[in-house]
Ligand binder design. Sequence first.
Ligand code: ST9
Ligand code: ZN
Ligand code: ZN
Length: 333
Amino acid sequence: MVTATTCPNPAERSNGEATGVRSSVEDVFDDTYKEREGPKPPMQIVWRNVILMGFLHIGALYGFTVLPSASVLTLAWSAVCFLISALGVTAGAHRLWSHRSYKASVPLRVFLAFANSMAFQNDVYEWARDHRVHHKYSETDADPHNAVRGFFFSHIGWLLVRKHPDVIEKGKKLELADLRADKVVMFQRKHYKLSVLLICFGVPMLVPWYMWGESLWVAYFVPGLLRYTVVLNSTWLVNSAAHMWGNRPYDKTINPRENKFVSFSAIGEGFHNYHHTFPFDYSTSEFGYKVNLTTCFIDLMCFLGLASDRKKASREVVHARIQRTGDGSPRSG
Ligand code: ST9
Ligand code: ZN
Ligand code: ZN
């Protein structure tokens, strides 16, 4: 059962599907899918990506070494850029566009698409499509970052090889009409490369140089490459660490876990056992603002009248599920 919530307070109701907010979202696990029998298709390495990711991480390591030469303002700006990019992924691509767990006004969607380009993790359409396949076919061949294939594959390896054919086959059957109907999503997709150049690299680098005279070198490596790489790895930890390490209070039959470190680094996205059990919940957790900056942000947007229709799993439903499928471990709250 799903609960719909409206501003200003997420009041709990029993079934939010009646609102139609997310009736067509295909993010529920499909246990009818069976992997093909026989040998797996050979892994095809995409060397271009290996080289680019290699250079990016070397650049980020170098960024660490120039941290002491960055001014305090540049360090503060790097944190701001981290936060904006992170929200573009968590509040934008993830909770809004992949799961439709709340509604956002046009100005908020424009901000989130801008923030999402700063995170440079593929455009929102592609991100949300891959993420819906991840939930629907979690930890099978049709999951883009299938954690059964190990830490390295689910963390970064999946971006360095061609996708398993089942990811594409199943992904093409997903209902994505809501994304195609969103003009903000389609605009960002159309101008994605330019937006990344300007917003992921241009803005973080040029603001400190122009505003307080930071050297372009430091501005490129710290709020630019280092910040981008930290956001990427924090995100990827949700696919790797939070699918491997942690407890499973809500559903012990699935691999996603509650991982506090990931909740912290991914601003509220590490309650992953809860999230895979209740993917419609706008807070991706039972515990409100606890280690969950993204929930604070969405609630603030609601308070300002820029968001609405937050969906929340009701307390009764969560408790019943804990009794039925939980591993009996203490929850994080
Ligand atoms: C990045 C993404 O980092 C990170 C996502 C993480 C998700 C995390 C989720 C966790 C929960 C949320 C937590 C947030 C926490 C945030 C914390 C922040 C602090 N369905 O893709 P191609 C089609 S990106 C349907 O080339 P290949 C496709 O449309 C980093 N169709 O596949 C195309 O068709 P057509 C930067 C699909 O050749 C065709 O198939 N970006 C699907 O196998 C070929 O598509 C990169 O590094 C689908 N699911 O290549 C680039 N998928 O021809 C990475 C594909 O008709 N990507 N299709 O147009 C690539 O280079 C390639 O995709 C590849 C695979 C090499 C990986
Ligand atoms: Zn999700
Ligand atoms: Zn997951």
